[in-house]
Structures are given as structure tokens and as C-alpha cells.
Design a protein around this ligand. Sequence first.
Ligand code: GLU
Length: 301
Amino acid sequence: MNAPQRTPPSSAAYRGRFAPSPTGPLHAGSLLAAFGSWLMARHAGGQWLVRVEDIDPPREAPGAADAQLRTLAAFGLLPDAPVLRQSTRGAAYRAALDRLLTQGDAFLCHCSRSDHADAGGVHRACVPGASRPDPAVRLRVPDGTVIAFDDGLQGRVEQDVSREVGDFVLRRADGLWAYQLAVVVDDQAQGISEIVRGADLLDSTPRQILLQRRLGLPTPGYAHLPLVLGEDGRKLSKSLAALPIDDDAPLPALRRAWRALGQREQALAAAGDVAGALLSSRRHFDPARIPRTREIRIDPA
Ligand code: GLU
């Protein structure tokens, strides 16, 4: 299944977003996604929105959503529309799920996680006779479901979703909505035309495109920014303590993110505050300089 050719939207139609999960404070990696998506939207003369992905209360850190929004504000990254919280969106997810169930594209699954452990967690068919009071709901992914798309930064990406992922969860056995369903429903509801986010989500994108097709939704453009690793190759988000971002002194972190996006250091060198740095960043941002790799290593100094 090839992605149809897509024309980039005109500036009025460009709508980007940043969609953090409130599992803790924003770290250098998430700031890169926030700043990168903001820069791309501003560069295109479009809008930039923020969505709080608070659909997983067990993984949520108390107060983290508000702290993340405060951090974005301290960095001058202000959304062009009210923040959407996924915790308020159950009815929309339910409607999408019902449609998939009615179409026969989704099914109740009584299997337990261990039933598919031998297959690396890939679900291809339910084990016979399994029954539980709280079935999950999965998307049916028939054999040979290959999704390909052209990523704005990573180039051609192709995944055999049936082989590599299998039938995937839309609503969990504990009743919580799965990220894959919620993100697709909300990107559509918010009119997002371009998704700029970290390359750690590249593997999820084919699932999201498949869901868009099953739900009859348009597929936005995607650009996956390189994942920032420390010099030792560890994901920076895993060494938060080593690289906190400070709401009271945002300039150093903003400059670091700017460098990680491959931009010319001197463009922000003279800026004395965040407002000046953002103004200068808008003027000098060159998307062609963003590294087209899945990972970059930066010196946290
Ligand atoms: N909420 C996801 C995360 O924080 C990102 C979702 C997305 O950008 O699609 O990892």
C-alpha cells in the first residue's frame, strides 16, 4: 500500500502541533520536538497547537501537565488555540472505535499478554477458547499489510505492519484508550496537516496511517526529528538529571535545541532573552539544515 502523492499545504492550511504525555517534566528531547515543530509551523506561516496526551493515568506524574505547559510558556512557545486534553476526548475515541468494530476492522481480544510472548508480542490471531471479563479491542491487520510513506526528514519509510506489529490494541483490557487511536482521532479533530516529532515515534507512524485509512481520514505530512542522544549514546530523556531544562533560565536549553536542529549557532548568539532568541530563530531557521538522521549526539555542555 503506497501513500498517495501529497502536495504540501499552503501556509494558511499548515497546522502543526506538539503533543507531550504528562509523565514528567519536559526534557531536552521533548524541547527539541516542541521547538522543532514550532519552527516548522512558523516558517510555513502556519499555526502551532499543543495537546496534552493524558490518557494513561497510571503513567501520569501529578502536576506534570501543568508543569509542561509552564515550561513551554517560559520558552515562549505559546499555542495558537486552546490546549486540547485527551482526557476529555473519550466520546470521540468511542465513536471511532465503534466505527471500526462495525466495519469489522476491530475485534474484541480475550488473549493475555503471555499468549503471544513467543511471537515477541505480535498478535496475529486470538488463542482459541480464551475468555476474560475485560477484553481488549484490537485493529485487525491482515497478512501483507505494508504501509509506506515519505517522511519529510527520514525519507522513504516502509513497514510490514502485519509482520512487525500484528493486530494492535486500540482500547486496553484495563479500559484505557491506546495512544495510536487517540493520536489519529485528535490529529484529525485539530486539523493537523504536518506532524513534526521525535524519531522514536517513527515506528508508530505506519500504524497511524493504517488507522487513518480504516477511518477514512486524510494522512498528514510527517517529519521525524533525530533523537537526541548524549555523547555516551544514551537517550537524553533517560538521563534527565544530567540535563534538566530550567524554566528560569531558558536561553541555554533553547540554544542547545537550536544547535541540535542543525542551525547556525551565531543566529542566537546575540539574543539577550527568549523573545529575542525566538524572533531571531524565526528569521534564520533553515529546515534544510535539520540533520536527516534518526539520531544525533550532542555535547550536553
Ligand atoms: N505523546 C507522545 C509522547 O509524548 C507523542 C505523541 C506524538 O507526537 O504523536 O511521546
